[in-house]
Design a protein around this ligand. Structure first.
Ligand code: COA
Length: 149
């Protein structure tokens, strides 16, 4: 696959089966278990910005964000179909979102603590809050139905 053959599309007009397949492929069951399936198209519809990556009309990646277009851009999901990972698609999606929201002051995301994922986000200038010493910040999170420890 040649990265130049990837087409990026803005908007959430995506067949539900393709969406479920993509989220399922990276193991994000919280979105794809049968009782939650109707929530996924709703979550996309209510996102501020959705951009998808297509290879020969196959959905191979997606990024979606919430933003007020002034002070905060929150990246909620970024995912690439496993067979297409490591070929620059995540980078294309990320660059596209960051260019669109370049003017916004805070860029925030929450993700699993995985070395490769960390390196990926650091390459775009994101810093893990735990690594900050000269400009310390705190981040707080609640997860519905989960007792965090
Ligand atoms: C993280 C993710 C979006 C990166 O997309 P991608 O298209 O594979 O990334 P790119 O090819 O543009 O860039 C590759 C870089 O991404 C990072 N990366 C993280 N996970 C990776 C994976 N499973 N495969 C390949 N690269 C990965 C690495 O830093 C890699 O750089 P390296 O080759 O120097 O190690 C993608 O791997 C993915 O969907 N993972 C599963 C879902 C996830 O964890 N999403 C992030 C949390 S929101």
């Amino acid at each position: 696959m040649d990265a130049s053959q990837i087409e990026l599309r803005v908007g959430c007009d995506i067949p539900v089966g393709d969406l479920i397949g993509l989220y399922d492929s990276v193991g994000w069951k919280a979105y794809t278990v049968s009782e939650r399936r109707p929530d996924l198209p709703r979550a996309l519809r209510n996102s501020t910005y959705v951009v998808t990556a297509w290879y020969e009309d196959r959905l191979v990646g997606l990024a979606r964000a919430l933003s007020d277009d002034v002070s905060v851009f929150y990246l909620q999901d970024l995912l690439v179909l496993p067979g297409y990972q490591g070929q620059g698609i995540g980078t294309q999606l990320m660059r596209h979102c960051l260019e669109r929201y370049e003017h916004v002051r805070l860029h925030i995301l929450l993700t699993e603590d995985d070395e490769r994922v960390r390196r990926f986000y650091e390459s775009f200038g994101f810093r893990n809050i735990n690594d900050l010493s000269e400009s310390p910040l705190s981040a707080f999170v609640r997860v519905h139905g989960v007792e965090l420890s």
